[in-house]
Design a protein around this ligand. Structure first.
Ligand code: NAP
Length: 310
């Protein structure tokens, strides 16, 4: 520990990199701390079709590469370290990592959230090759194919309805025999002729050659297992998983105000602690997309600059 930064940004996903770009541009001494690799969830997306201005065929990884270079060009430094403790109160904020300790006058928390995983064999292997956690990002790839949606909450049922724009048939696989989703959303799904339900069922295994084409589903009441195969003409199907999200807020529990483990901020990304801002999927918000994450990052950095000036 030697340098006192103006701003430390935790997390190098779209929110953190956008904050880095804006903070660097404002000539703030800026450090981005990333655990492993830049990009967050979006690097798993093969084609970014809905980020304004993205070029055709743009992958999440290539978009992130450009964001990373842009932040660097404006002077933001990056270190790779796993944060184990964060001291948020006081004028100087102290961040402890496994490798080093870092200090700054302001913090932007942009650790993001991770979709909850089914945890079955094949799930990770086929992510981006049939398994998805984002209907808005990937739904269009399943034009006229069969799609399975795992989960029974608002997200699963709303996204299942959204996916009927593209898919030939959408089957909701839910572990109970009634949905958790609100009644109005349920009614819309029940009325939709493209939506079917597989009740009391859980996905046990996902497999295929190059692309996902086989799934083992177990009935939790009878224990019976059945194999679901893709139509020969399709060669694949989609599995969209919406069984909740896990915001990466463990470090801040008890220190910041939260709702369902998401950090509460005002419209200027300010948390309840002066000099501490939150941006991106880690915040309680209604739309978690790259475009909203980058907007959050820009606002947080601009507000950090204002806070430092005051
Ligand atoms: P959620 O409400 O927690 O629902 C998660 C669903 O996944 C539940 O049906 C749950 O089953 C199922 N599930 C959980 N773990 C599972 C596992 N390991 N295997 C299989 N199924 C599993 O999550 P969400 O739908 O993402 O919504 C999160 C919050 O955002 C909620 O408060 C929701 O109301 C809100 N939201 C609101 C809207 C809206 O109002 N338009 C849209 C999206 C989300 P059980 O039912 O059996 O527990």
């Amino acid at each position: 520990m030697s340098k006192l930064y103006d701003v430390i940004i935790i997390g190098a996903g779209p929110a953190g990199l956008s904050a880095g770009l804006y903070a660097g541009r404002a000539r703030l001494n800026t450090l981005i701390i990333e655990k492993a690799r830049e990009g967050g969830q979006i690097v798993n997306t093969a084609d970014i079709a809905n980020y304004p201005g993205s070029v055709e065929g743009e992958s999440g990884a290539s978009l992130i590469e450009r964001m990373k270079n842009q932040a660097k060009q404006f002077g933001a430094e990056t270190v790779y370290d796993t944060i184990i403790d964060a001291e948020l109160s006081g004028e100087i904020k102290t961040i402890k990592g496994l490798a080093d300790t870092y200090q700054a006058k302001t913090l932007i928390l942009a650790n993001g959230a991770q979709p909850a995983l089914i945890g079955c064999p094949g799930e990770k292997e086929f992510t981006g090759r049939g398994v998805s956690y984002c209907a808005t990002c990937d739904g269009a790839f399943f034009e006229d194919l069969e799609v399975y949606v795992v989960g029974g909450g608002d997200a699963a049922v709303e996204e299942a309805i959204f996916l009927t724009r593209y898919a030939r048939k959408v089957t909701i696989i839910h572990r109970r025999n009634e949905l958790r989703a609100s009644k109005s959303i349920q009614e819309k799904a029940m009325e939709n002729p493209k939506i079917e339900f597989m009740w009391d069922s859980v996905v046990k295994e996902l497999s295929g050659e190059e692309l996902l084409d086989t799934m083992i589903v177990e009935n939790v009441k009878t224990g019976e297992r059945r194999e679901v195969k893709a139509d020969a003409g399709d060669g694949m199907f989609g599995v969209f998983v919406f069984i909740g999200f896990k915001p990466q807020t463990q470090l801040y529990e008890g220190k910041l105000e939260m709702e369902n483990h998401y950090i509460l901020t005002d419209d200027n990304m300010r948390t309840g602690i002066p000099g501490v801002f939150a941006a991106g999927d880690i915040r309680a918000k209604s739309l978690r997309q790259v475009v909203t994450a980058t907007a959050d990052g820009a606002i947080a950095a601009t507000q950090a600059e204002k806070y430092l000036a005051e």
